[in-house]
Design a protein around this ligand. Structure first.
Ligand code: B12
Ligand code: SF4
Length: 483
């Protein structure tokens, strides 16, 4: 049996309020979710596997129309955010038309939010919300076990799928079936490392990075915090890999010639002892790796930052979101401005590059002055990079529920998009105090105010590494200037 795992093109994503050239750099991040699935299938699935990353290989629907019949997969697994729904559907319809016998399964962040709604599409046979390695391998095995006389028997397949917990599918009568919840993987160390050689791994790189080839790596899953705008909490408990396992994977990357790693954990630095153990292992094995993390400001300490710096960590991404204590409290950030400032002083003192995320248009942003406080706090922290976005209340978040209860958000809005997805769709924003247009203009102004400062511009000039780097950064800079 042949399983093809597809990262669809992103030609019709709905807009995400971040300048396009800044977004474009993200196209070269490896599809780690698919790589984890592939490695698990490779080890336990007894099937042929292939990853097709449309983003890395610059494939669009026209190229896929030629490529897919050539491959003739029995099962295609498709990943994506809700933002990518239009493209996820276009490729699925294409596969249905070209290869009617091929089974189409979806997974990833969109499915985790809307599993039942996913089954409404004729071009989807089933989906797996949340972590996919074990349930999807079971799904593939169920297909294998249902082959009768060279073809999959629909009734046998439905019977076999019903035995797998944690999945959604359509049975032989077309009825939607949910097989109940499945606990997440308790021991992350037992998952095989993502097989980077199953991708064109040399194609991945980051605009903020210093090495030609880069990869992403996951050391923990879930998050113990509960910010009001995020739907990660409550989904799974926070679990983490052992330092030995993490650094063994880094070592594998090193052997492939990959020396730049983006650790994509929601929050890498929750536990001090774990951070120290990982740094210790890196040192012990003599690994020379540039790596960077997504971190919580309240968990930053001088000791851990020093150790991380010595172990090769050179960039820290932090979600600060608001510029006042009241704002942070309203977002359930569990942070104060003083704590954040202290964290930045430590990070900058140790020579760490800092990337900071802020939101405007939150329920506490009642006046222009409130929004200015966020921008001014960004300038006060003086990170190397700041990204400003407009709060987008996602379903299954506290802020979304609050907006619906206040009558500000229409619960049908996302539902209408799911029924009729078009790239023109605009997610609802918090319009209690400002219109969407006003928020968009203030977001543009925030970028300008932060970046068009002599200190920032001079610093960016000093950082330029070569002509290619200069061209990429100039392009991003021009986008900001145009805002
Ligand atoms: C890297 C990243 C990106 C990259 C994606 C590039 C890439 N190739 O992965 C970029 C920068 C483009 C991105 C953009 C956005 N992102 Co993002 N991103 C991440 C991040 C940091 C890591 C993703 C990752 O590699 N995870 C590790 C892998 C192993 O997990 P996974 O991908 O979820 O895969 C597992 C399961 O989902 C499942 N699975 C995945 N695919 C499939 C397919 C099949 C067939 C099956 C069966 C299962 C399955 O199995 C996998 C293994 O267990 C996550 C945070 C996180 N820690 O996950 C946020 C995250 C996924 N992003 C998020 C958001 C909100 C966004 C944006 C909407 C932000 C914005 N406003 O612009 C945009 C969407 C833009 C767009 N057009 O899609 C949210 C998703 C929330 C949600 N439920 O929708 C997350 C969870 C961050 C957060 N805590 O809020 N993102
Ligand atoms: S925003 Fe980050 S820290 Fe807050 S709950 Fe989500 S993943 Fe955790």
């Amino acid at each position: 049996m042949k399983v093809l795992l597809l990262n669809p093109p992103r030609d019709n994503s709905i807009s995400s309020e971040v300048p396009t050239s800044i977004n474009a750099e993200t196209n070269t991040i490896p599809p780690l979710g698919l790589m984890y699935l592939e490695a698990h299938l490779h080890k336990y699935g007894e099937c042929e596997t292939e990853i097709v990353d449309s983003l890395a290989d610059n494939l669009h629907i026209q190229q896929l129309e030629k490529l897919l019949p050539d491959r003739r997969p029995d099962i295609v697994g498709i990943t994506g955010h809700t933002y990518d729904l239009v493209d996820m559907l276009s490729v699925s319809k294409l596969i249905r038309r070209l290869l009617p016998q091929t089974k189409i399964w979806w997974g990833g962040p969109h499915v985790s939010d809307f599993p039942m709604q996913t089954l409404r599409y004729d071009c989807v046979d089933g989906c797996v919300p949340f972590e996919g390695e074990e349930p999807f391998t079971d799904v593939v095995r169920a297909h294998q076990a249902s082959v009768r006389g060279g073809a999959i028997d629909p009734q046998d397949l439905a019977g076999n799928l019903k035995k797998i917990s944690g999945i959604y599918f359509k049975d032989s009568e077309g009825q939607s079936v949910h097989t109940g919840a499945r606990p997440p993987v308790a021991d992350l160390d037992r998952l095989p490392f993502p097989r980077r050689t199953a991708t064109n791994y040399k194609k991945y790189s980051y605009v903020l990075g210093s090495e030609a080839i880069a990869t992403s790596l996951l050391t923990s899953r879930g998050c113990p915090y509960s910010c009001s705008f995020c739907n990660t909490p409550g989904r799974t408990t926070w679990r983490w890999r052992s330092a030995e396992s993490v650094v063994a994977e880094m070592e594998e990357c090193d052997k492939l010639g990959i020396h730049e790693i983006y650790v994509v954990d929601d929050t890498f630095n929750v536990r001090r002892d774990r951070v120290m153990a990982i740094c210790e292992q890196i040192k012990k094995r003599g690994l020379k790796m540039n790596w960077n993390i997504r971190a919580r400001a309240n968990c930053i300490t001088k000791e851990t930052v020093k150790a991380m710096r010595q172990a090769g960590c050179n960039r820290v991404h932090i979600g600060v979101e608001a510029g006042t204590d009241e704002g942070m409290k309203a977002l359930h950030k569990n942070l104060t401005t003083a704590k954040v400032k202290e964290a930045f002083d430590i990070l900058q003192g140790e020579g760490m590059t800092t990337v900071c995320y802020f939101m405007i248009g939150c329920p506490h942003d009642k006046t222009v002055d409130d929004i200015n406080q966020t921008v001014n706090f960004a300038i006060k922290l003086d990170p190397d990079y700041a990204l400003f976005g407009i709060l987008t209340p996602y379903p299954n978040t506290a802020v979304y529920r609050e907006g619906v209860a206040k009558g500000l958000l229409d619960p049908q809005h996302w539902e209408n998009f799911l029924i009729n997805p078009t790239p023109e769709f605009k997610p609802q924003v918090w319009t209690e105090f400002f219109t969407a247009q006003q928020l968009s203009e203030m977001c543009d102004k925030a970028f300008k105010k932060f970046y068009i400062r002599p200190k920032q511009m001079f610093r960016k000039l000093l950082e330029l590494k070569n002509f290619h780097d200069m061209a990429r950064k100039l392009k991003a800079g021009w986008e900001i200037f145009k805002l």
